[in-house]
Design a protein around this ligand. Sequence first.
Ligand code: HEM
Length: 510
Amino acid sequence: MEFEFPSTLIVLSFVVSMFMVANLLRRKSTNSYSHLNLIPGPRKLPLIGNLHLLVGNSNLHLAFRDLAVKYGPLMHLQLGEVPFLIVSSVEVANEILKTHDTNFANRPPMLSSGVITYNYTDIAVAPYGEYWRYVRKICTLELLSVRRVKYFRPIREEEYLNLAKGIASNEGSPTNLSESVYLSSFTVTARASIGNITKEQGAVTSTLKEAVELGSGFSIVDLYPSIKLLPLITGIQFKLARMFRQTDGVLESIINEHRAAKATKTDDAMERSEDLADVLLKFQDEGTEVRLTTDNIKAVIMDMFIAGGETSATVVVWAMSEMIKNPTTLKRAQEEVRQVFDGKGYVDEAEFHKLIYLKLIIRETLRLHPPLPLLVPRQSSERCEINGYEIPAKTRVIINVWALGRDPKYWNDADEFKPERFMDSSVDYKGNNLEFIPFGAGRRICPGMTFGVANVELALAMLLYHFDWEMPNGIKNEELDMTEATGITVKRKHDLLLIPIVKRPFKQVK
Ligand code: HEM
């Protein structure tokens, strides 16, 4: 991720400080955020605020948790010019995500997300309001509802079987599991939302990922928004323009292909093979309550690519990593999956209700490794009061769900991987138990939860059923490196390389 707070950012901060001084001299000293100074937080330095405290911390969720231990669960941090509230307890999260949910249902504007989302007309960063509700509803109905997720079962089964077969062809050799899982997860999302995707179109994902990282809200251009020249000086403006051109070209070709297919198909045939892109185009033609432009459609499709593929794959890879590190858990999971599917000789979703232990593993992985540990930043629409403090409109809030998932007040042996803790527990990830919200909570909760979990379950079931796994280069299981990469989606720093040993050969699926 580009929020390398380390030295580059600090150096840049001093470069921009020249501009800042001029700005400060011009501006009146009063500002609406002065109330936030009453909220506990570390002492701020001129111009950079608290940025220096994040130097050397490649993972913001960790740094924020450590600071919260000292300053409390509602903490004020000044990052560059921008004040942030960092939330690290269930009680304060409840205030933001339940009591004042509507007020905090907005997203802060950020330079890069504005550019790549066609001026905030996707779902994830669209302002809270009628447009957001409309496009979110379409995606939920057409792609993400329980009914639609069931409908896409053949796509999932085909793609994850291909994944397993691809891995089997590399039996006995170190295999990059991260790479294969990410590709399959992305392909499933793309096939479900746009029908199919060419290799060239698929290549755009790496550009999209780069753009997402820039749009984390912690990029230097977003921390010094008053310095209008900063995007130019840092080169970010050019980078964004290049990314935009690349992704726009691909999205344009996808839309054109759908329009061309529509023109040649009968209404009946269209009905049967309609995907999300077709439905969005249909609504555009029909002129519904919210008028959709072609750019809006591109923005929504792009959101599905970004939000759908990477998150699920990240969970699969962390779950495999944790199991490799904990061989007893791995063995128990393999025994369960093999017991359920040995009768058939292949994995399919019809038997998934029997995979009790695998579901516990997924929950425990989501607790320890929520793919978006800080959710997506929120912003208040109006002034309000939280914990007796006045919070002005347009205040940015970060919920540290990673810290909530490891809060010793709620979790015994909080840092340990123990799927059994969820046995006989009613705590789930659907946004009701705020100590465990890997999908967020409230109005902005992830709409892709069912879709994502279906991907994770099937991928893991395939990997556990067909293979035993060994570490390469004689490394012991417990020595597996678990370092996290920096980024808005927190993946493994180093790809997961494992040696597959085929234990259940592939049988013709009936
Ligand atoms: C295991 C997989 C997934 C995880 C852990 C996950 C997690 C999240 C989180 C934490 C948020 C932010 C919620 C907030 O700000 O409170 C989010 C938002 C979102 N997710 Fe997911 N997600 C997953 C899969 C998916 C999938 C498969 C899709 C679609 C194909 C999807 C689409 C979205 C969208 C559109 C948003 C923005 C919602 C809004 O702002 O209204 N997600 N997700």
